[in-house]
Design a protein around this ligand. Structure first.
Ligand SMILES: Cc1cc2nc3c(=O)[nH]c(=O)nc-3n(C[C@H](O)[C@H](O)[C@H](O)COP(=O)(O)OP(=O)(O)OC[C@H]3O[C@@H](n4cnc5c(N)ncnc54)[C@H](O)[C@@H]3O)c2cc1C
Length: 400
């Protein structure tokens, strides 16, 4: 594999850097927590960023060109990801642009594509994902939320749980049971698009570690949904749901993000003084950082291979599961080492007024680290837990 950028790629990288410097200048950059709880706070400069992307034609680089995407090569996508992560550019919610959009582009009607895709591309409408239920997580096909056809509407009843960003979302794409008599539980499931402002939709918060509000329960009581909001065929939703999950898992490796986190870790460990030197000078700590660095480089190679296959038109397969497991494990280990390096400077401040009046007791960069670590713990659970990914690999890759 050629590991050096070609001239044309270097020129592209330069263009990307210039674009970012113009539209997301140093003054706008800050490290915010990874929890999606901040998605509703679209700052004016973020809006300007999305508008600039639209104008440049770079709003949704991974979409097919006919839907407003780009024809970038895997290397160009890789450069884009790296540069935007390094500059702390705004992160789109994945639910619309990365998960629902490929489903609509493949199985949606012309009308659905025209109605929903532009607002996703423009980052004007927030979506959330209504898959999990109290008794249907890993065993998703066990879902019980019921949709009963009544003329040109469905009447939906049931409860979704762990729904990220439901409290700020305008729409939810939900898996519902339309045929409870189907011979297999994977059959008789449909994929519905539901307006969150519909009568009978109720959202209740679930507070996570660190008092983070990013997930919710969503209850549907006699919610009426027009039949035109059904994606694909009735009772065939499982096929679309599985297609979506492989897209979810590819993005979840978060290599560029982990590389940035590793860079920050090195900074924290260089600033931390131990025995007259820095923490990074300590053999034991240096070894742990180097080990992760090597594993992350290996993961990056795997991600590039997957990206190259995708570019060649192959749908993401079970290698998404490998990316998910390794990506989340590495991310969690970096977060643990960040806490180790920062010690009590990573503790959240109990009172904002104290910070306003006295300033932070340690470096400012310590403030979001514990929240990131807490939220990162969930990454090996959502998108299909890592244990389930191992089952998939055992079956699909090892043939067990
Ligand atoms: C922060 C966060 C955000 C989330 N966001 C969303 C969202 O937006 N939308 C959505 O629909 N869902 C979301 N989820 C739900 C997530 O997808 C589920 O939590 C996940 O699928 C696991 O399901 P469960 O919680 O019911 O656990 P269970 O399925 O009950 O699993 C419990 C434990 O048993 C293990 N286990 C279960 N079955 C097996 C098996 N066959 N073999 C080996 N081990 C097994 C699991 O790995 C896990 O460790 C989110 C979850 C979290 C934590």
């Amino acid at each position: 594999m050629e590991l050096k950028f070609a001239e044309a790629d270097l020129a592209f990288q330069q263009q990307v850097r210039e674009f970012i410097d113009t539209h997301w200048p140093e003054s706008a950059r800050q490290h915010v927590t990874r929890s999606p709880s901040h998605v509703h706070k679209q700052r004016p400069e973020e809006r300007a960023w999305y508008d600039a992307l639209l104008e440049r034609g770079w709003a949704v680089p991974n979409w097919p060109v006919e839907h407003g995407g780009t024809d970038w090569s895997p290397t160009q996508r890789y450069i884009w990801d790296r540069e935007t992560v390094n500059a702390y550019c705004p992160v789109r919610s994945p639910f619309g642009a990365s998960m629902l959009a490929p489903v609509l582009q493949t199985w949606g009607t012309q009308l659905q594509q025209e109605r929903f895709l532009p607002a996703i591309r423009e980052e004007r409408v927030q979506w959330c994902q209504g898959y999990s239920e109290p008794n249907a997580g890993s065993d998703l096909a066990n879902l019980q939320t019921r949709a009963v056809r009544d003329g040109d509407q469905y009447i939906v009843n049931g409860t979704k749980i762990w729904t990220s960003s439901a409290h700020v979302a305008d729409w939810i794409f939900a898996l519902v049971r339309t045929d409870p008599e189907a011979p297999r539980k994977q059959q008789g499931i449909s994929f519905l698009l539901i307006d969150m402002t519909s009568e009978g939709v109720e959202v209740s918060p679930i507070m996570l570690l660190g008092n983070l509000h990013s997930v919710n329960t969503v209850t549907f009581t006699d919610v009426r949904v027009p039949v035109e909001n059904l994606v694909g065929e009735e009772d065939k939703g499982w096929t679309y749901a599985k297609g979506l999950l492989t897209h979810e898992r590819t993005g979840i490796a978060m290599v560029a993000r982990s590389q940035l986190a590793l860079k920050r870790l090195r900074q924290y460990a260089t600033d931390a003084q131990v025995d007259g030197g820095t923490l990074l000078d300590q053999d034991d700590f240096k070894r742990k950082v180097s080990e992760i660095d090597v594993e992350l480089t290996a993961l990056e190679m795997l991600e590039l291979r997957t990206l190259a296959s995708a570019q060649a038109g192959e749908a993401p397969g079970p290698e998404s599961s490998l990316l998910k497991i390794r990506g989340t494990e590495i991310g969690q280990r970096i977060a643990d080492l960040q806490i180790e390096a920062l010690g009590y400077y990573a503790m959240p401040y109990p009172d904002q007024t104290l910070i306003d009046n006295e300033g932070a007791i340690g470096p400012d960069y310590g403030m979001p680290v514990l929240h990131d670590m807490f939220y990162g713990r969930a990454s090996s659970v959502f998108g299909g837990s890592n244990e389930i990914q191992k089952n998939i690999i055992a079956k699909a890759v090892l043939g067990l």
